[in-house]
Ligand binder design. Structure first.
Ligand code: ADP
Ligand SMILES: N[C@@H](CCOP(=O)(O)O)C(=O)O
Length: 307
């Protein structure tokens, strides 16, 4: 359960007075998520998501994320709009954190998506990439290829406490990807974390693309590669070729260079999530109500591409 910051009913009711959203009826911490604290808030006027931003999300990036969510919602994508307070601002402070009240979207996250559902989400990603063309300024990917060596070195020998040999394997992969990374592919605004738990669906319809807090400018095909590592493996980390093919068909329009680079991009995506999961594995405070994700699941997926 991702609730790092506990919000009392009194503090929440007071927070809501800054908005024209009615009075507090109920609030519950949300079980899903890893990075930030989220509450489902019900008021006399409807439902909202309250997000309190934790350490990994930098305060100076928040206006960019808010602007991007609005830009994509304006373009017709199923992206939640941050709610403006009476003073016009979308970002406020609550319990010592930056906080945002966000439109609630219908739908559920899938644990075992079908090929058709994967294709529908990849198609939505392609629309999102096109909608991002008009969005500026660019934001660098802080967890992109250039960051991986530093992330790995910062954990250093502690990687061995997760699994013996992990440090050497990670460093070898960092080096291999530094040599092989296809920097010249088409770039743009990408989501960078479009896992099944960041998509809401009703049947075959995509009703929500959420959690834009890793969004940035990077290679578009890398965004699809991130999706492949998350949507095209089963719970035992076995590759699902039908899902991978459905993702590429749903996205459409990859050029030859992008198609040829997909295995390298997918290795990079695996390394990125292996590294961030390892950080969380080693650093999550015991008091946090959060289910840490298994870094070694992403090592097994990495070996699929690297072997
Ligand atoms: N706009 C929204 N509408 C409905 N549910 C949402 C919305 N935003 C988040 N959620 C719910 O909250 C959960 C955690 O949100 P998420 O942004 O993924 O958190 P984190 O940043 O911690 O990963 C999601 O899995 C979803 O269940
Ligand atoms: N999708 C990542 C976790 C990132 O956390 P999120 O809750 O912000 O999506 C992973 O699976 O490692």
């Amino acid at each position: 359960m991702a609730v790092y910051t506990q919000v009392s009913a009194e503090a929440l009711a007071d927070f809501l007075t800054a908005y024209d959203v009615g009075d507090l009826v109920a609030a519950k911490g949300i079980a899903e998520g890893v990075s930030n604290s989220n509450y489902l808030v019900e008021t006399t006027r409807g439902r909202f998501i309250l997000t309190l931003y934790e350490a990994r999300t930098r305060a100076e990036d928040l206006p960019w994320f808010v602007a991007l969510m609005r830009h994509l919602a304006d373009a017709g994508l199923p992206v939640a709009r941050p709610v403006a307070a009476r003073d016009g601002g979308a970002l406020r402070r609550l319990c010592g954190r930056d906080a945002c009240l966000i439109e609630f979207l219908p739908g559920v996250s899938l644990s075992t998506p079908t090929e058709a559902q994967a294709a529908a989400v990849a198609a939505a990603m392609a629309v999102m990439h096109r909608a991002g063309e008009g969005f500026a300024p660019p934001r660098a990917n802080e967890l992109g290829q250039a960051a991986w060596r530093g992330m790995a070195e910062a954990m250093g020998p502690r990687l061995e406490t997760i699994s013996p040999g992990l440090r050497a394997r990670v460093m070898a992969e960092v080096t291999a990807l530094e040599a092989a990374w296809p920097h010249a592919l088409p770039g743009g605004v990408i989501h960078a974390d479009l896992f099944p738990d960041n998509v809401l669906m009703l049947g075959g319809r995509v009703t929500g693309l959420i959690d834009f807090y890793f969004a940035c400018n990077d290679l578009r095909a890398y965004d699809l590669a991130v999706m492949e590592t998350a949507w095209a493996f089963d719970a035992a980390d076995r590759f699902l070729p039908g899902h991978a093919a459905a993702l590429r068909a749903g996205y459409g329009g990859l050029n030859d260079a992008e198609l040829a680079a997909m295995p390298v991009l997918a290795r990079g995506a695996c390394l990125r999530f292996l590294l961030s999961r390892a950080q969380d594995w080693l650093d999550t405070p015991a008091s946090a109500l959060v289910t840490r994700k298994d870094p070694l699941s992403y090592l097994r997926r990495l070996e699929h591409y690297a072997s």
